[in-house]
Design a binder for this molecule. Structure first.
Ligand SMILES: C[S@@+](CC[C@H](N)C(=O)[O-])C[C@H]1O[C@@H](n2cnc3c(N)ncnc32)[C@H](O)[C@@H]1O
Length: 158
C-alpha cells in the first residue's frame, strides 16, 4: 500500500473513531484531551463535535494552522511527561483522550506510547475512553466502530 493510501486510511479511521468516541461519552462528565496538537486537525475536529467540553491539547511546540490555535489556558506546551503530570495533579478529569503523539517511526512510537501509558492512566476518569493510533498499556481494549479495522485504530476504556 502506498504511503498516500496508508495516510488516507489512517485519517479516515481517526475521524470515524473520534466521532464514535464522542457519542459514547455523551452521558459522562469530564474534559477531553488531545495528545499531539501538530497541525491542529484532530483538535479542530474535536472542537466541532464536542463544542461544550473543555478540550486540553498537548504538544512540545505550537506549530498548528492559525485557525486551530487553542486558547492559552487549554494548551499544555511541553514534553508529555511533565504536562501529563500537571494534568494529573488536577485529578482524573478526562472523559475522552486521543493519543496522537509520534513521528512515524513505528518502534519509537510504540515505545513512547508504552512509556507514557501509566501517566495517561492517571488523568482518565474511571470508565473514560481512550482512542489511539499506537498501542497503549494497562487499559481494557474495547471494540471500536465496525467501520474501522481492529489494528488500524485502537480503543480502550480507562
Ligand atoms: C502526528 S502529530 C499530531 C497531529 C495532530 N493530531 C493533527 O491532527 O494535526 C504528533 C505531534 O506530537 C508531538 N509530540 C510527539 N511526542 C511528543 C512528546 N513526547 N511530548 C510532547 N509532544 C510530542 C509532536 O511535536 C507533533 O506535533
Amino acid at each position: 500500500m502506498s504511503r498516500l493510501d496508508s495516510m488516507l486510511r489512517r485519517l479516515t479511521a481517526q475521524r470515524d473513531g473520534l466521532n464514535w468516541a464522542a457519542a459514547q461519552i455523551e452521558s459522562m462528565e469530564g474534559d477531553v484531551l488531545d495528545m499531539g496538537l501538530g497541525n491542529g486537525r484532530t483538535y479542530d475536529h474535536l472542537r466541532e463535535i464536542l463544542p461544550d467540553r473543555r478540550i486540553w491539547v498537548m504538544d512540545r511546540v505550537l506549530q498548528c494552522h492559525p485557525d486551530s490555535t487553542p486558547p492559552a489556558q487549554d494548551f499544555l506546551q511541553g514534553e508529555a511527561e511533565p504536562m501529563l503530570q500537571k494534568l494529573a495533579d488536577a485529578g482524573q478529569t478526562i472523559a475522552l483522550a486521543h493519543y496522537d503523539f509520534g513521528r512515524g517511526i513505528k518502534s519509537e512510537d510504540v515505545a513512547e506510547a508504552a512509556r507514557l501509558s501509566p501517566l495517561i492512566a492517571r488523568v482518565i476518569r474511571p470508565g473514560g475512553l481512550l482512542i489511539s493510533g499506537q498501542p497503549l498499556e494497562g487499559f481494557e481494549q474495547i471494540k471500536g466502530p465496525d467501520s474501522i479495522a481492529p489494528d488500524r485504530y485502537l480503543f480502550y476504556r480507562g
